[in-house]
Each structure stands twice: as structure tokens, then as C-alpha cells.
Design a protein around this ligand. Structure first.
Ligand code: A2P
Length: 286
């Protein structure tokens, strides 16, 4: 476990870039004032890592939030994701330009393939994934994207990319929370120098009412959300909590002043499956 003391402490990616250890999530943050204000609040509070996606339909507001924060672009780690309908070589190059325009920036810190192509949607999903990755490598060489990664890729999908990648992926963002930790995928990523980020680190709110987690929260004098986020950090996984409420954005950042004991970490690790989104990269119909 890496010792981390604040939101701006970093992990070092395999490509040498630094990535702040907690990201601010924006899935389901409504385009417009709500998404913009949430990003401004997060940056004011000290978050330095913002995660969005073309498919969240809020890149414009996220970009405005960054601009209005008054912070230097270089002091913010910004991630967005390529949407499924843009997979493929030329379409990926265009989609990245579009995201850059919407965000109002001239480079991304991290670009992720949002979901792997699967055979529910394509005759040859492996070719689609490889073509998309070639475009990612071009975007990197052109200086538009600093680090390359993927989201929702599990072992077989990652192997497709590693098979002939010139520039290997450095991040995989997967569903990871108490009740659905996907430890096999985390272990495979680790063996291949890929840092894991947790989407739905609070199970999109679904795990917060769990009595076992609430009991632990009481024991540590913390909120259930803080227990989830701390547990993720103790696994060297980057949580990306989303909130559009300032008091929650603040409290989700107060996770550096306690440790969950090894015994309690194990208890959370071993909880049976609950709070799973049901989104599987093997069967997703888009
Ligand atoms: P809201 O944006 O209204 O605050 P995840 O990050 O796992 O996707 O979870 C996000 C969901 O959890 C959102 O519905 C968000 O609601 C809610 N949420 C975020 N932080 C907290 C918190 N500290 N306590 C309760 N609910 C939270």
C-alpha cells in the first residue's frame, strides 16, 4: 500500500507521468451549471484529477469548470473517454479532436477507450480494438494525449492490445467497490504495469446503505462513503467519487487521516457480491 497524505499526492504511471491519487467523477453530472459548479467546487477543495467522458455529455461544462477555477491547465490531470460509436482508426482521431474542442483544452492527460468492442456488436471486435489502439498511439505521438488507457477491459481484452501495442496502456478504469472488487482484473493489470481506477467507487450510491459497511463506518467515526474510498486507496486503486453536492465533495476528500485495519480490509474484500451495476464488457449490447 502506498502512503498517501492528500488529494494531490500521486501515483507514477508506467509511462512516467504522475496521476493524483483521487479523481473527481462526473458521470451523471448534468451538463450546464451543475456539472460546471461541481468541477469548480472540487478544484477549490483540492481535487487535481477530473474524470469525464464524451458519453457523459458534459465535457463542455467540465471544461468551463476547469477554466473558471483559475488553476493552470498543467496543474490539473484531465481524463476523458472515447465513446463506443467512435471506435476504429479514423473515427477515433476525429472523436478525440471533438472532445478536446468541447473541453477547451489542447491536450488530455489521459484518454481511455470507454468499453472494449465485443462480438455482440462486431463481427471482428479484436480488429476494432486494435484499430482504435493504433489511433490512440497516433494521438500520443501527435502530442494530443499524454497517457493511454482503457476502461472496462478485462484480461482477454487487455491481452488483445498488449499483443502488438507499440505504446502499452498504463491505466484501466473498471467497476470496483465493496461488493464488486474484480480482484482478478486488478491482479492482471498489476502484473502488466497498468494502474487501476475505480468507477462507481461508492457503487453509485448503492453500497452506502449496507449495514456491514455502516457498522465499520461507526467503528472508525467516518461515513460509509469514506470507508469505501479509503478501502480503495489501501488497495492502490484510484477512486473517482462523483457528487454534485459540495458538502459531499468535501467529505469524500477526508480520507487521509485514518487507516482501515488489515483485518477490516479483508472483511470488506470478502463481502459477497452486491451493488454490481450489471454492465459486463462481454455482453454489453453497444
Ligand atoms: P450526489 O451527486 O447527489 O451527491 P459513485 O461515485 O460511486 O458513482 O457514486 C455517486 C453517487 O453517490 C451519486 O448518486 C452521488 O450523489 C452519491 N454520493 C456521492 N458522495 C456521497 C456521499 N458522501 N454520501 C452519500 N451519497 C454520495
Amino acid at each position: 500500500m502506498t502512503v498517501l497524505k492528500s488529494l494531490s499526492d500521486v501515483f507514477t504511471l508506467r509511462d512516467g507521468h504522475a496521476i493524483p491519487c483521487v479523481g473527481f467523477g462526473t458521470w451523471q453530472s448534468q451538463e450546464g451549471e451543475v456539472a460546471k459548479q461541481a468541477v469548480k467546487d472540487a478544484l477549490e477543495i483540492g481535487y487535481r484529477h477530473i474524470d469525464t467522458a464524451y458519453a457523459y455529455y458534459n465535457e463542455r461544462s467540465v471544461g468551463l469548470g476547469i477554466q473558471e477555477s483559475g488553476l493552470d491547465r498543467k496543474d490539473i490531470f484531465l481524463t476523458t473517454k472515447l465513446w463506443n460509436t467512435d471506435r476504429g482508426y479514423e473515427t477515433t482521431l476525429k472523436a478525440c479532436q471533438k472532445s478536446l474542442e468541447l473541453l477547451g483544452v489542447d491536450y488530455l492527460d489521459l484518454y481511455l477507450i470507454h468499453w472494449p468492442a465485443n462480438d455482440n456488436v462486431y463481427d471482428d471486435p479484436v480488429k476494432v480494438n486494435k484499430d482504435t489502439w493504433r489511433a490512440f498511439e497516433k494521438l500520443h505521438k501527435d502530442g494530443l494525449v499524454r497517457s493511454l488507457g482503457m476502461s472496462n477491459f478485462l484480461k482477454p481484452h487487455i491481452e488483445q492490445i498488449l499483443d502488438d501495442a507499440e505504446i502499452p496502456p498504463v491505466v484501466d478504469q473498471i467497476e470496483f467497490h465493496p461488493g464488486y472488487p474484480q480482484f482478478d482484473a486488478v491482479e492482471f493489470c498489476r502484473q502488466n504495469g497498468i494502474l487501476v481506477e475505480a468507477w462507481s467507487p461508492l457503487g453509485s450510491g448503492r453500497v452506502l446503505s449496507d449495514a456491514r459497511l455502516q457498522k465499520l463506518a461507526e467503528k472508525y467515526g467516518k461515513t460509509t462513503a469514506q470507508i469505501c474510498l479509503r478501502w480503495e486507496l489501501q488497495h492502490d486503486v484510484i477512486p473517482l467519487p462523483k457528487s454534485t453536492h459540495k458538502e459531499r465533495i468535501i467529505s469524500n476528500a477526508q480520507i487521509f487521516d485514518f487507516d482501515i485495519s488489515a483485518e477490516d480490509v479483508r472483511m470488506i474484500d470478502e463481502l459477497p457480491t452486491f451493488g454490481y451495476s450489471t454492465y459486463s464488457p462481454y455482453t454489453l449490447p453497444f
